[in-house]
Design a binder for this molecule. Structure first.
Ligand code: ADP
Ligand code: MG
Length: 407
């Protein structure tokens, strides 16, 4: 990943100009460089990451861009087109408790980077903490649509500061830094999937990540060759209980693992299900069954993609949705409708994607199907009295730019 990644990005020169102009306006100086990192879509492997399981996300052609310049004091000063406010903090005062709101994402990354540098070399880290910066974010990853706008801004910030401070961390380490920021500075107990996809994504490929070993592998998707594309159906539904629901699902998974005497559900397979059914209450059993069968589906998806191509994975996507709907119980009527209509219209496969309780579904479709499917979705949502969904195609794209474009 070099400058060429940046130059290859769609609409890059517009973004570059707009970002530089906005940076000057907000920070009164010119940026030193521009970095970017994408959002992601999870193809399959939901709620498996925090269970040390398998996930198969891909980076998408919607990105967060970060412009950054050094300052001659030790302030961290951050802004975003998303907000009027510019947030300023002395680098010496960076701590999770001192951060909140949207700026906890970029400032949390700064804090987590300094903390990681500090474990290796305390003196060097305290030296870095005197090198203040101004940073501006512009992102076209929609917020709360299940495309991980949060990982996009974390990873874009991480690559920018990694280069600015000369830290030399690897992409995998920067993904971990993003997760630490999100867990500790933002306070969201999320897994490593989103940041890994944003850092390691490749054009026309997905990232097969083993969340136990953290080993990852790029898996060719072959969508172009098969004349397939992935349509995102953003229901725009958000549920107030999503955070509570996520925590409750995590707790169920932990309870199941504990009852079975294993550190995580990753240690169990479908062969253990009969025993689990005897030991667990019905709800806990079904939560665990989702995770265990989902891990198996991810592995099978990888095998089929490699051996037979994307047309072969439809039924796995469908089964993943059913498992999330009936066992994990994180779907909503709008997501079920999106999947139902997609399949009835001729999609290869479809499932809700992301944490659930709202957000988006994906449909793997022949390119030629798109106009008819879009019309069918709009009509079906209207007929049920649901808000019109946002529909757009995502392209599997390159991950974060490790090296900034200097301006
Ligand atoms: P998502 O599923 O999109 O990641 P999250 O709730 O995890 O949703 O993250 C969304 C939050 O990330 C926003 O509420 C905001 O605080 C922050 N965020 C996302 N994009 C931007 C942006 N362009 N500028 C500033 N903050 C952003
Ligand atoms: Mg997020």
């Amino acid at each position: 990943h070099t400058d060429t990644t940046f130059d290859a990005a769609a609409g890059q020169s517009d973004v570059r100009t707009a970002l530089a102009t906005e940076f000057e306006k907000r920070h009164g100086q010119a940026p030193d460089g521009l970095w970017s990192a994408p959002g992601r879509v999870n193809l399959i492997g939901e709620h498996t990451d925090y269970n040390a399981g398998f996930v198969l996300p891909f980076a998408i052609d919607r990105r967060a861009w970060v412009a950054l310049a050094g300052r001659d004091d030790q302030l961290a000063r951050v802004s975003s087109t998303f907000s009027e406010e510019t947030v300023e903090i002395d680098l010496a005062d960076l701590a999770p408790a001192a951060l909140d709101g949207w700026s906890a994402y970029p400032l949390g990354v700064a804090w987590a980077l300094l903390a990681r540098a500090g474990t290796a070399d305390t003196a060097a880290a305290s030296d870095l903490a005197r090198r203040g910066f101004a940073l501006h974010i512009h992102s076209d990853v929609p917020i709360g649509a299940g495309l991980s706008s949060s990982a996009a801004i974390e990873c874009a910030t991480a690559v920018a500061l990694n280069e600015f401070w000369g830290l030399g961390f690897e992409p995998e380490e920067l993904a971990a830094v993003g997760q630490v920021a999100e867990n500790q500075a933002v306070g969201a107990p999320t897994g490593i999937m989103d940041q890994t996809a944003s850092m390691l994504g490749r054009a026309d490929a997905a990232v097969f990540l083993d969340c136990r070993s953290l080993e990852s592998q790029s898996i060719a998707l072959g969508l172009d060759a098969a004349a397939l594309e992935i349509l995102v159906v953003d229901t725009k539904v958000t549920h107030a209980h999503a955070t509570g629901g996520y925590a409750a699902r995590r707790a169920s998974c932990e309870l199941a693992a504990q009852t079975l005497g294993v550190p995580t559900l990753r240690e169990l397979t479908v062969d253990d299900l009969p025993r689990m059914q005897r030991l667990l209450d019905d709800v806990t059993f079904r939560r665990a069954r989702h995770v265990i069968t989902e891990n198996a589906r991810v592995e099978e998806t990888v095998r089929l993609l490699t051996e037979a191509g994307p047309n072969a994975i439809g039924s796995l996507l469908d089964a993943s949705h059913v498992s999330m709907r009936d066992d994990f119980e994180i779907s909503v009527p709008e997501l079920d409708l999106a999947v139902e209509v997609s399949l009835a219209s001729g999609a290869v496969g479809a499932r809700m994607t992301g944490g659930g309780f709202g957000g988006a579904a994906i449909a793997l479709i022949p390119r030629s199907l798109r106009p008819a499917l879009e019309a069918a979705l709009v009509e079906a949502f209207a007929a049920r009295g649901f808000d019109r969904p946002d529909l757009f195609v995502v392209q599997p794209s390159d991950g974060a730019t490790m090296k900034g474009h200097h301006v």
